[in-house]
Design a protein around this ligand. Structure first.
Ligand code: SME
Length: 155
């Protein structure tokens, strides 16, 4: 399935009254299927104590269920309020390894303006796996989810 299909499926689920957790789960599963280079695809939600907590994911289990803001690639993305595209994680000193085979990592924030709700984290076993097309796909899903967070919180 391509990203258009993922978003169509999410819209149907939303219109049928699906919960935020069910929509996050469907987003992660759908996105994972869009690209054979995605070996681990998950969501971390940002809680008010400034800790990222692992939500739904596809791929091997990870020890990193809680990540403080500023720690690892995921926590750095929040601290610096920007997406991270790391072509080779072996070049980093602050990387939190999920799997020894991971080579590149992409973190895309789920945000509404200045408010960060969560992030999509993707690991690949391929060096520099995340080209412009892959980043645009992940960004579309992240933006769709950001809109969901902001409308649900306002309700
Ligand atoms: N590599 C991430 C940790 C999450 S695992 O990859 C699933 C990091 O450095 O923050």
């Amino acid at each position: 399935m391509n990203v258009d299909g993922v978003i169509r499926r999410l819209e149907v689920m939303r219109d049928q009254g699906a919960s935020l957790d069910a929509l996050l789960d469907a987003a992660v599963r759908g996105l994972h299927e869009t690209n054979p280079r995605f070996q681990w695809t998950g969501v971390y939600e940002l809680f008010p104590d400034n800790v990222l907590r692992l939500g739904p994911f596809v791929g091997p289990p990870t020890d990193h269920v809680f990540i403080g803001v500023g720690q690892g690639v995921c926590g750095t993305a929040v601290a610096e309020r920007r997406n991270m595209n790391i072509p080779d994680v072996r070049d980093l000193t602050n990387y939190l390894a999920c799997s020894a085979s991971t080579r590149s990592e992409l973190v895309v924030l789920i945000r509404s303006g200045e408010e960060i709700h969560a992030q999509i984290d993707i690991d690949s076993d391929v060096v520099a796996a995340f080209d412009d097309a892959a980043m645009a796909d992940v960004q579309r899903v992240a933006d769709w989810l950001a809109n969901l967070y902001s409308t649900r919180r306002a309700a």
